[in-house]
Design a protein around this ligand. Sequence first.
Ligand code: GRF
Length: 218
Amino acid sequence: MPFGIVVMVSGFGSNLQALIDFAEANPQTLCIRAVISNQNTSYALERAKKANIPIQVITALPNQRREDFDEKLTATLNTYQPDLIVLAGFMRILSAQFTTHWQDRLINIHPSLLPKYPGLNTHQRVIDAGESTHGVSVHYVNAQVDGGPIVAQAQLQLDPKDTAESLAKRIQLLEHQLLPAVVNAIATHKIHYNHKQASIQWLAKPLLRPLNLDELKL
Ligand code: GRF
């Protein structure tokens, strides 16, 4: 049976599309069991429908406690029994209760070279700080926003002419390669995460620094 994932989204879903394309090309390896969105208008839902993937929309009620929303999320996730949950542009902070419950099978993609620049507006912050490199990270999720052990990163060099918009485009091209590559490595058991020790194993050896795209493609 292929490795089953659930992808959680809020918006455009270009990273979801990269995963759909990978799963369609590798049906023995990967199956996207469902897409969950916390926004009923997200274009990602159209992408899922087009690919015949079940969708679930869970929107927050006014004044709803974060824990209550997350319990609903967990109940929905349980119906799909995911081997892995992929946060791909899921723009909502998750409770510690949720991240602890799913910690051994919950990853996120973030547009910066973590631990630098967690949070929003990373491209402009990178330009304002005069950085010469920028990039994208995939990490296991813990209760800290954009925290958790980093699995892999892809980097680019800043061009003096870069704007936040040009960087967003260049970073997304990297994201669309890195995310399916990491999911594939987890699905094929090249990456194993021991959450009790917060340690990632790569090819049965402890991972001492984030993997890069070349290593993942081997
Ligand atoms: C990506 O840049 C991802 O790193 C961040 O949110 C964005 C989602 O883009 N977490 P998309 O919805 O996948 O196009």
